[in-house]
Write a protein that binds this ligand. Structure first.
Ligand code: ADP
Length: 475
């Protein structure tokens, strides 16, 4: 396919090199998915200490003697078949600890560390790379790359930029004393530009300067313009409403597939799923006559885990069971363990992070509960769809956009794929679980919903086509 254009994707993490959250999955999945759409995308990310061995033998495609306090260079390399541009600047990234924090909390020089990443991105937009690769569009992700569209604007560069918000909770705050050190023009320090509650916000800088803004679901894009979800930036985003859109994430449908489960199954036969359920119940000592519901989640208030204890007794009384895999808030871990003690044989809990177990659970469970208070996109419900493990979700963000609730109209036309509820509270969750019991009791309808769910297009193709259309519109 002829190349339509080149995109420089600037981000702080990328699968399979380094991941702390869903951002890394998106950044890592897009280049291959966009190649199929005719867009040539390269990812620029910092060379953190664990990535330094990848620099050996890589081509140096850009350099600077003074990248915020020391030399920096961009080296083209790859890992696990994924090509990547690593920004090597030892004074900023070669240190023991995580990408954002060390033993004493957030790195004090995070503003400079990610300003450097953003600056390198903007300079590559201006000058291109030494192998004659000249990007047409810059795509910045989250606060870590927020200054990149801003530098482009302040340096008078004309190329378009896109900023994607994966999580509005992190806004990249810096002291106003750093204005000059961060190479930001003093005259931009005002309420309509860089200034945010007396300081500097790199996310806000990106939001006011990027040509287009996206977030990871259409519903979250609307929610972000309201105080309940915008976390202080709702006004800024609302002012850009004409340029804001939501693009759902996808999932890797080869890794997450019932056809590669230990007891495989597909649309043609659910026998393997029944076997997976039996094995899972054996493993956890469960005997559940009704639907086996799963929770696979960080155990936090965001995820609505605190609503479970009050909503679950009626569900158990109605024949349901619950299997929980997660870790997080110690009080919520304790509350889940207390449920397992209260309902032996019906509720089981594993505290920890275990991807292999999560796959066995998706294969063997009947439903997956996601009662989040907010959810920019959410992956769990998409894995649930893929495995015919029907999602029971609060109607927020990406959950509202990916699950079609089993109301009579949706059931009549065979469109239903799960259950959504609102508001995110115990009463509505309890009603959703009651509905789950009723639907599950009608196995014919249930099997139809499973098939519809498994047919949903949750891969990256749809997302990539939407991003490609956005890039097309900017050319
Ligand atoms: P968030 O990024 O807010 O935690 P997402 O739903 O976008 O929520 O992504 C979370 C991912 O992590 C999902 O794929 C989920 O299955 C997985 N996950 C969460 N907790 C665990 C766990 N304890 N063990 C295995 N996988 C988990």
């Amino acid at each position: 396919m002829a190349i339509k254009g080149r995109v420089l994707s600037v981000a702080s993490e990328c699968v399979p090199l380094l991941k702390t959250g869903g951002l890394a999955d998106v950044v890592g999945a897009l280049p291959a998915a966009l190649a199929a759409e005719g867009w040539d995308m390269r990812v620029l990310m910092p060379a953190y200490r664990p990535l330094l061995p990848l620099l050996d033998g890589g081509a140096v495609l850009w350099q600077s003697d003074d990248l915020f306090g020391g030399p920096g260079r961009v080296v083209a390399t790859s890992k696990g078949g994924m090509p990547v541009l690593l920004l090597d600047a030892p004074h900023l990234y070669d240190r023991e600890g995580g990408p954002y924090s060390g033993p004493e909390g957030d790195w004090a020089d995070n503003p400079q560390r990610f300003a450097a990443l953003s600056w390198a991105g903007a300079m590559i937009m201006r000058d291109g790379l030494a192998d004659d690769w000249h990007p047409d569009i810059l795509h910045a992700h989250d606060w870590q790359a927020g200054f990149a569209p801003a530098y482009m604007a302040y340096e008078g560069m004309e190329q378009p930029s896109v900023l994607t918000i994966h999580n509005i909770a992190f806004q990249g705050y810096a002291s106003p004393a750093l204005l000059a050190a961060l190479r930001l023009p003093a005259h931009q320090f005002h309420a309509d530009a860089l200034e945010y509650y007396g300081g500097i916000s790199s996310l806000k800088a990106g939001l006011v300067t990027a040509r287009k803004i996206t977030t990871v679901s259409p519903t979250y894009a609307e929610e972000l313009m309201r105080p309940a979800f915008g976390m202080g930036l709702e006004g800024v985003i609302h002012a850009r409403a004409a340029d804001v859109s939501g693009v759902l994430n996808g999932v890797d449908t080869e890794i997450w597939s019932p056809e590669t489960a230990a007891t495989p199954y597909s649309l043609r036969s659910f026998k393997g799923k029944a076997a997976a359920r039996a094995a899972l119940c054996d493993e956890f000592g469960l005997e559940v006559p009704g639907p086996l519901a799963l929770i696979i989640s960080r155990l936090t208030d965001q995820k609505g885990i605190d609503l479970i204890p009050a909503a679950i007794p009626d569900f158990i009384a109605g024949g349901g069971g619950l299997l929980v895999l997660g870790s997080g808030d110690p009080a919520l871990e304790g509350a889940m363990q207390a449920l397992a003690e209260a309902y032996p044989g019906r509720v089981a809990v594993r505290i920890g992070y275990d991807e292999a177990l999560s796959q066995r659970m998706f294969a063997g469970g009947d439903a997956v509960l996601v009662p989040s208070r907010f959810e920019p996109c959410g992956l769990t419900q998409m894995y649930g769809l893929r495995y015919g493990t029907l999602p029971v979700v609060s109607a927020v963000g990406g959950l509202a956009d990916t699950v079609i609730t089993a109301n009579p109209a949706a059931l009549a036309v065979g469109a239903a794929t799960g259950i959504t509820f609102a508001p995110t509270d115990t009463v509505a969750l309890g009603q959703a679980l009651a509905r789950l019991l009723t639907l599950y009791a009608d196995q014919k309808t249930w099997a139809k919903m499973m098939r519809t769910a498994m047919r949903q297009p949750v891969g990256w193709e749809t997302s990539a086509a939407t991003y490609a259309a956005l890039y097309d519109s900017l050319r």
